[in-house]
Design a protein around this ligand. Structure first.
Ligand SMILES: C[S@@+](CC[C@H](N)C(=O)[O-])C[C@H]1O[C@@H](n2cnc3c(N)ncnc32)[C@H](O)[C@@H]1O
Length: 271
């Protein structure tokens, strides 16, 4: 396990990552596909929540999916095996010490990983080195500062800020989505284009109420309750009021919005 990984690796978090990926597939991946024969490095694949979508959408591409966590990789492997996915190989590796030759991949894909790293530009620069000239890098991150909801609630915003603060203390950045463009440029990528992907949830979309508001976002904030209280960032009553108000947004007149950011850049070809 990597030290300070704010979400942890327990079973509930693994389920949350799968729910998140399932609910957001179209929003995040409708424009992700890789040509047959191309090689793709997925950095920080976790339990394979994005891996299965990537591999199925690009059945002719060959994926190498790495993560530092051996238990997560084992879960990812079980998942792809169960689905009969054969174009992915998994490998345990740290993004900061990758066992691959420079310019050995056509594409790199990174999702919800930079937010946990204290040196995100360095990580992107290392991944950039592994790209062939003309290859692409796709980076997806959320930004908790983009959250808005109805009915609005100061208590809910405070609970969210506890998560942001805990992640900051662990060396990460839960507000990193808004920084994708400058981070990718600083890592040396060319032709960077970032698109915001807002998920808007109201009662007319019960699948999103359940998959996004309940099982992805509120579950994540609830997951830091004990840590936030132990760190003195909140008291139990205030935190629980915030969580209650997030559940309130799932009622028939409630609304929840969150914006992800997807950046795609290229490795410059020599002039
Ligand atoms: C929030 S999970 C995201 C997993 C997956 N990309 C997804 O979208 O469901 C972040 C993952 O990054 C991995 N990770 C964090 N730091 C890493 C590092 N230095 N090298 C490789 N993986 C890392 C963690 O082990 C974890 O599985």
């Amino acid at each position: 396990m990597i030290e300070g990984y704010v979400h942890g690796y327990h079973a509930r978090e693994n389920e949350r990552l799968q729910d998140q990926a399932g609910a957001l597939v179209e929003l995040l991946h409708h424009d992700t596909s890789y040509p047959p024969g191309s090689t793709v490095l997925e950095a920080g694949c976790g339990v394979g929540a994005q891996t299965v979508t990537l591999a199925r959408r690009s059945p002719g591409a060959r994926f190498t999916s790495i993560d530092v966590s051996a238990p997560s990789l084992a879960a990812a492997r079980r998942r792809t095996d169960a689905m009969g996915i054969a174009n992915v190989r998994f490998r345990q590796a740290d993004v900061f010490a990758l066992p691959f030759a420079p310019e050995s991949y056509d594409h790199v894909f990174v999702c919800f990983v930079l937010e946990h790293l204290s040196r995100p530009v360095e990580a992107l620069a290392i991944l950039h080195e592994l790209l062939r000239p003309g290859g692409t890098m796709t980076v997806i991150e959320g930004d908790h500062g983009s959250t808005c909801f109805h009915p609005d609630s100061g208590a809910a915003h405070l609970a969210i800020r506890c998560q942001v603060e805990l992640q900051r203390r662990a060396g990460g950045n839960a507000l990193i989505g808004r920084q994708l463009y400058p981070l990718m440029i600083a890592a040396g990528l060319d032709a960077v284009h970032v698109s915001p992907r807002m998920v808007y949830v109201d009662a007319s979309r019960p699948d999103l109420v359940d998959g996004v508001t309940r099982k992805t976002f509120t579950a994540m904030i609830e997951g830091v309750r004990d840590a936030a209280i132990a760190a003195g960032l909140s008291d139990p009553a205030a935190f629980d009021a915030g969580i209650r108000d997030l559940y309130r947004t799932m009622e028939p007149d409630g609304v929840f919005c969150y914006t992800f950011f997807k950046g795609v850049g290229e490795k410059r070809r020599p002039a």
